[in-house]
Design a protein around this ligand. Structure first.
Ligand code: ZN
Length: 60
Protein backbone atom coordinates (compact mmCIF):
# COMPACT_ATOMS: atom_id res chain seq x y z
CA UNK A 1 0.00 0.00 0.00
CA UNK A 2 1.11 3.55 -0.55
CA UNK A 3 2.55 5.35 2.41
CA UNK A 4 0.25 8.35 1.92
CA UNK A 5 -2.81 6.19 2.56
CA UNK A 6 -2.16 7.09 6.18
CA UNK A 7 -3.66 10.50 5.38
CA UNK A 8 -7.12 9.10 4.60
CA UNK A 9 -7.31 6.09 6.90
CA UNK A 10 -8.74 6.40 10.38
CA UNK A 11 -9.32 3.86 13.11
CA UNK A 12 -12.50 1.87 12.29
CA UNK A 13 -13.28 1.64 15.98
CA UNK A 14 -12.95 5.20 17.23
CA UNK A 15 -12.22 7.23 14.05
CA UNK A 16 -9.00 8.59 15.50
CA UNK A 17 -5.79 9.09 13.54
CA UNK A 18 -3.39 6.21 13.04
CA UNK A 19 0.36 5.90 13.39
CA UNK A 20 2.13 4.00 10.63
CA UNK A 21 4.92 1.64 11.65
CA UNK A 22 6.86 0.29 8.66
CA UNK A 23 8.70 -3.03 8.87
CA UNK A 24 9.43 -3.48 5.16
CA UNK A 25 9.15 -1.00 2.30
CA UNK A 26 9.78 -1.32 -1.44
CA UNK A 27 9.45 1.32 -4.19
CA UNK A 28 7.49 3.71 -1.97
CA UNK A 29 5.07 0.92 -1.03
CA UNK A 30 4.66 -0.41 2.47
CA UNK A 31 4.89 -4.20 2.26
CA UNK A 32 4.88 -5.13 5.92
CA UNK A 33 3.91 -2.89 8.76
CA UNK A 34 1.27 -1.89 11.21
CA UNK A 35 -1.17 0.88 11.96
CA UNK A 36 -1.48 1.85 15.59
CA UNK A 37 -4.48 3.88 16.68
CA UNK A 38 -3.40 6.98 18.56
CA UNK A 39 -6.49 6.87 20.75
CA UNK A 40 -7.54 3.28 21.52
CA UNK A 41 -4.12 1.69 20.79
CA UNK A 42 -5.60 -1.01 18.57
CA UNK A 43 -3.06 -2.37 16.07
CA UNK A 44 -3.96 -3.15 12.44
CA UNK A 45 -1.41 -5.25 10.56
CA UNK A 46 -0.26 -4.68 6.98
CA UNK A 47 0.57 -7.99 5.28
CA UNK A 48 1.81 -8.28 1.68
CA UNK A 49 0.94 -4.64 1.17
CA UNK A 50 -2.68 -5.07 2.28
CA UNK A 51 -3.82 -3.28 5.43
CA UNK A 52 -6.18 -5.33 7.59
CA UNK A 53 -8.54 -2.74 9.00
CA UNK A 54 -10.92 -5.24 10.59
CA UNK A 55 -11.46 -4.79 14.31
CA UNK A 56 -9.61 -7.51 16.26
CA UNK A 57 -12.92 -9.13 17.28
CA UNK A 58 -13.76 -9.85 13.64
CA UNK A 59 -10.41 -11.29 12.65
CA UNK A 60 -10.05 -15.00 12.43
ZN1 ZN B 1 -9.00 3.65 17.70
Amino acid sequence: MRRDLIDILVCPLCKAELNLVVFKEEDDQVIEGRFDCKQCNTAFPIDDGIPNMLPPDLRD
